[in-house]
Design a protein around this ligand. Structure first.
Ligand SMILES: *Cc1c(COP(=O)(O)O)cnc(C)c1O
Length: 410
């Protein structure tokens, strides 16, 4: 049992926790469509990534509801497989993990002025500062809380998003050192983020590491002694050992997806996709040749055929750009979506093959039962697999397989 992720006491009046698996308690919403998440795949991916970075700790990035897979169950599975840190973008995401019982190290990095610094500090969440305004708010919140805030200083080593520019870095470091001296903060991390790690060999990767080493040297000369120095996302964890430092921060690869075709194919990287998105056919019917299908008739039946109605649409996260391009496994074969993806549904042309309402259609999964993968969908819809899984909306119920008995009930 993992003592980093104990449920807090549950009020007697609270509703029953979500069912541990689909088979235990059928959820009527899951009959229409569901995303099945294999938590053993998440554990296995964590182990694969730890083996890639054997001298570093692993922070499981579970922002955006665990890239659509469910932050709490995936965080628990990652902890079970040895993730000593969790990472979230927003403080609300981090506080939700605490409310669900997680007590391990946890970093939240996407802050805006007036954010819930005090709540985060009181919940023992490590926070990030990219500039002086953030450090000042952290110091004020720490004084109010009567606690020392654990802070990661973020350097912009070239990405041009958050992080302190090299010209501003000595000032941020000096202010943080002064705040340490008064006991308001403890600088536990110095960190940054890659722009082009998904293109191994891109010259920006080495250049960013050079800037990072200089930022670390400036911090050390100012008297800071961070516990963890970190720069690596999934592609860098998989391909760039010199970027591992003390901690790696994989996200998409935890869920079994390759960060890019250049980094490799998931299976060859030892990654197993955790999500399978399925639906039940809502209707199967014969139609004559030349029948228009869905809004705008961008598909017309080439001959007499059978259409299957899939009850998932863009409100469920199926990209409208997948119209007439993305594959699904239906009635034993890959079928390309016929016509436009609508808000709640799309159609597949079953070409006269036998099927009936209620039959399962698989949009994507690990790919080992003949179904397409999220990467196939990304290619078809002109996006990245990150977006395909993350956009699966709350209307689609998540069910979990391989939930550990000792950690059920969250
Ligand atoms: C999202 C994110 C990660 C994880 O990136 P992946 O490419 O999904 O591994 C790591 N660090 C930061 C700062 C992020 O925003």
């Amino acid at each position: 049992m993992n003592d980093q992720f104990q449920p807090l006491s549950t009020p007697a009046s609270s509703p029953d926790p979500a069912p541990a698996s689909a088979s235990e308690q059928p959820d009527p919403a899951a009959c229409r469509a569901r995303a099945e998440i294999d938590l053993d795949a998440v554990r296995s991916n964590v182990r694969t990534l730890r083996a890639c970075a054997p001298r570093a700790e692993l922070m499981a990035v579970v922002k955006a509801d665990g890239y659509g897979h469910g932050a709490v169950p995936c965080a628990r599975a990652a902890r079970e497989a040895g993730a000593t840190w969790l990472g979230t973008a927003t403080p609300q995401e981090a506080l939700a993990l605490r409310a669900a019982g997680d007590r391990g190290r946890l970093l939240s990095w996407l802050w805006t002025p007036g954010g819930p610094w005090r709540e985060a500090i009181e919940a023992g969440i490590d926070v990030s500062a990219s500039g002086l305004w953030a450090l000042e708010e952290i110091v004020a919140a720490a004084r109010q809380a009567g606690r020392t805030a654990r802070v990661h200083l973020k350097a912009d080593t070239g990405l041009g998003r958050s992080g302190s520019q090299p010209a501003d870095w000595p000032g941020l470091v000096a202010a943080a050192r002064a705040a340490e001296a008064e006991g308001a903060v403890d600088v536990t991390g110095v960190w940054s983020h890659f722009a082009c790690a998904d293109e191994p060999g891109h010259p920006a990767n080495a250049a960013q590491l050079e800037v990072f080493r200089e930022a670390l040297a400036v911090a050390e000369r100012a008297g800071l002694d961070p516990e963890v120095r970190h720069h690596a996302n999934s592609p860098a964890t998989l391909t760039l050992p010199e970027s591992h430092f003390d901690l790696v921060r994989p996200g998409v690869s935890l869920y079994g997806l390759s960060p890019s075709p250049e980094v490799g194919v998931a299976a060859e990287l030892g990654l197993r996709p955790a999500m399978t998105l399925k639906a039940a056919l809502a209707l199967v019917k014969d139609v004559p040749a030349g029948h228009g299908v869905s809004y705008g008739f961008s598909y017309r039946t080439p001959g007499p055929t059978t259409l299957g109605l899939v009850p998932l649409g863009y409100a469920d996260g199926v990209p409208r750009h997948a119209s007439n391009t993305a594959p699904v496994l239906a009635a034993g074969k890959w079928r390309t979506i016929a016509g436009r993806v609508a808000m709640d549904q799309f159609v597949v042309d079953l070409g006269g093959d036998a099927a009936s309402a209620g039959d399962e259609v698989v949009l994507f999964g690990p790919g080992d039962r003949g179904e397409p993968t999220a990467e196939d969908w990304a290619r078809a819809a002109g996006t990245i697999s990150y977006e395909i899984v993350t956009r699966v909306s709350a209307r689609v119920s998540r069910t979990y397989t391989n939930v550990r008995a000792s950690t059920r009930g969250l």
